[in-house]
Design a protein around this ligand. Structure first.
Ligand SMILES: Nc1nc2c(c(=O)[nH]1)N=C([C@H](O)[C@H](O)COP(=O)(O)OP(=O)(O)OP(=O)(O)O)CN2
Length: 126
């Protein structure tokens, strides 16, 4: 299996209004480092998983929909908690509509909250 990963980051604000999250129930900010990894069993005609520039632009385009926003007001998170896991799911879903998934085995989106904590969402394409 081959893979290609590109990284970017995004600044957001949000609250997690559930007692489960303690102080994070209040509005707070986060700078999330985002890594997107495309996997495919065989390389394409140019011997790459995907062009690095195309992957970087695609990730940036998706993160643009989140940059500097208060996720409490973002339609994608209406009625649900914008946890790191849920944000990873949103980003992977948005990426999937921007490339030909039939050419790939899977996509992983990993978000680092800080150097010691991260969460990810993995999609396997049949
Ligand atoms: N699984 C997840 N757990 C938590 C998330 C998350 O997105 N996924 N998010 C947060 C908060 O948004 C914030 O990032 C950290 O808040 P904090 O209160 O500091 O949380 P901690 O669990 O690290 O520490 P506590 O001892 O619970 O205060 C929290 N968790």
């Amino acid at each position: 299996m081959y893979s290609l990963t590109v990284r970017d980051h995004v600044m957001i604000a949000h609250s997690l209004p559930d007692p489960f999250f303690g102080p994070a129930q209040s509005l707070h900010g986060a700078t999330l480092v985002v890594e997107a990894t495309w996997r495919r069993a065989e390389l394409g005609p140019q011997s790459v998983v995907m062009d690095i520039g195309a992957a970087t632009s695609m990730l940036s385009e998706v993160l643009e929909t989140l940059r500097y926003s208060n996720l409490d007001e973002h339609p994608a998170f209406a009625g649900r908690l914008s946890t790191t896991e849920a944000i990873a799911g949103y980003i992977s879903t948005e990426l999937c509509v921007r490339f030909d998934t039939t050419q790939y085995a899977g996509l992983e989106v990993l978000l680092r909250e800080h150097p010691d904590a991260w969460a990810s969402h993995d999609i396997a394409f049949d």
